[in-house]
Design a protein around this ligand. Structure first.
Ligand code: ATP
Ligand code: MG
Length: 495
């Protein structure tokens, strides 16, 4: 058979694959890993032949996003198109454990990895890939590159800030980038998708079935098929707002901030799961605060699948690292065990047990209303939490809502939106407007109906009585020695 007719019988995707292989072989001394990738890559895993600045891959879990990104970088290096490459991932651990590891595999043994300073990989031709954590957008300032790879963009804490810093540096003539991510309808991804210099590739987990464990795929299908989570995480669908959901992305995005103001209260809210089995519910663990402006701020979403000891350690760790005032935990499922488990980690941790008497959604609605009014702000992005919120229907939905529960408990405790101290005053003065001086030990603490004095446990008045509110003295007064009481005020420790 003549070669030309043999070529004509190939499918368009095989023709494309052959062309890419030939181009590569012509331009380079082939290396084992790169050639092997060109042979086994699915056509949609090879860089598009259309001119582009950004190749955006929106695909389900385990589609091969990281593998495609790493081989895409390596091929660009071997073809002489990339010399200074920025590699950005959600955290530094992701940069090293996922991206740099995949790049090393793609680049082969002659590329040298160094972890000192920014993680970096150097190819024999002098090209260098430098790793950056998206948690620290400023670290990208001043790094000039001709190629970039952003992995899991939708999971970045500060996607806009980090991606824009990356774009300022990606300015060599003909610069290109690969963005690989599970799709989430965040504004940045929508903007990249509609940019005329972007080529988009879509895909589902099942496209990569030949390389995945069949039992795992069956489990994914059984557990997630047809659910919103499954449509997004497996099918790679780009799901917008759910009609009638309690939260909508527009309201969260509109009031998102990159830093919180001074905080008057911080709480860690915990909704513990009864089991840590692989298919059990997650433990909701949210750190939230009330700012000096009276608004609510979500500071961290540490939810996940933990053993009881695991969630207790995480909650106590969060309490300490955020200088929180207390942990609030739903005890409907765990009863006294929840408190006991927390106390095994820290016997003096300020703790409040809460029990759900009303339906979940009835509790959630006032919190959702505060978002609508712009009185709750997310400090950075919390993709998994935001997915849950924006899928929650008033009548209850089939999706998970463990993070949502944690969030609702946090704001039930904080009561954002109530009139708070005025912004712009000095911290002490501002606090003084709502500080109550305990009648027993004369310590100052923020008034909150039905609470105990955090130092001596003397009860605060049930209703706020301005007669008890002394004009702020120099500052709220705190005892000079640590109180020996079990409920040591975290604020006392923070002084
Ligand atoms: N074309 C391919 N040929 C062979 N194996 C592949 C191919 N594409 C991906 N794989 C394999 O599939 C698995 C999943 O790939 P990878 O980790 O890159 O997916 P991912 O989409 O980044 O996953 P996650 O959503 O977990 O980040 C890996 O073991 C990878 O080696
Ligand atoms: Mg990946």
């Amino acid at each position: 058979m003549k070669r030309t007719s043999a070529l004509a019988r190939l499918t368009p995707s095989d023709q494309y694959r052959l062309l890419a292989l030939a181009e590569y072989e012509l331009a380079n001394k082939p290396t084992g890993a790169a050639s092997r990738w060109l042979e086994r890559a699915r056509p949609e895993q090879l860089a598009p032949d259309r001119a582009h600045r950004t190749w955006l891959i929106l695909a389900g879990r385990a589609w091969g996003k990281t593998t495609t990104g790493s081989h895409g970088v390596n091929l660009a290096v071997r073809q002489g198109r990339a010399h200074r490459i920025a590699v950005v991932a959600p955290t530094l651990a992701d940069v090293i454990d996922l991206c740099m590891r995949a790049l090393r595999e793609a680049a082969g043994p002659e590329a040298i990895f160094s972890a000192s300073g920014h993680p970096r990989l150097r190819w024999p031709n002098g090209a260098e890939a430098m790793g950056f954590s998206a948690e620290d957008p400023d670290s990208l300032c001043g790094y000039e590159s001709d190629f970039a790879w952003s992995d899991e963009l939708a999971a970045w804490r500060y996607p806009e800030e980090a991606f824009h810093q990356l774009q300022f540096g990606l300015r060599a003539p003909g610069a290109r980038q690969i963005v690989t991510t599970t799709p989430r309808p965040i504004p940045l991804i929508k903007a990249i998708m509609t940019d005329p210099t972007t080529v988009v590739t879509r895909g589902s987990t099942f496209d990569n079935a030949a390389n995945l464990d069949p039992a795992t795929l069956r489990y994914f299908e059984a557990r997630f098929a047809g659910t919103r989570l499954g449509r997004q995480e497996l099918d790679g669908e780009f799901l917008d707002d759910v009609e009638g959901a309690l939260w909508n992305r527009g309201a969260i995005d509109a009031h998102r901030v990159s830093a919180a103001p001074d905080l008057v209260r911080v709480v860690v809210a915990l909704d513990p799961a009864v089991s840590s089995a692989e298919n059990a519910d997650e433990t909701g663990l949210i750190v939230a605060a009330k700012g000096i402006d009276g608004h609510g701020y979500v500071l961290a979403d540490l939810s996940g699948r933990y053993s009881p000891d695991g969630w207790a350690r995480r909650a106590v760790g969060a309490f300490r690292s955020w200088g929180a005032d207390r942990i609030v935990a739903e005890v409907n499922n765990g009863g006294d065990l929840v408190q006991e488990t927390l106390r095994t980690v820290d016997p003096v941790i300020p703790f409040r047990a809460v029990r759900a008497s009303r339906g979940k959604r009835a509790r959630a609605e006032p919190v959702a209303a505060l978002y609508e009014q712009g009185r709750v702000h997310h400090v950075g992005s919390f993709p998994a939490l935001e997915d849950e919120l924006c899928a929650a229907l008033p009548e209850g939905g089939s999706g998970p809502d463990d993070r949502l529960d944690g969030l609702v408990w946090a704001f039930a405790e904080l009561g954002p939106g109530q009139e708070g101290p005025q912004a712009g005053t000095r911290d002490g003065e501002a606090l003084g407007r709502r500080v109550w001086w305990c009648q027993q030990c004369d310590s100052g603490f923020q008034w909150d109906a039905g609470r105990l004095c955090p130092v001596c446990l003397f009860p605060a008045p049930e209703t706020f009585d301005t007669a008890l509110l002394r004009p702020p003295r120099e500052q709220p007064r705190w005892p000079s020695e640590p109180p020996m009481n079990a409920l040591v005020s975290a604020r006392w420790r923070r002084r």
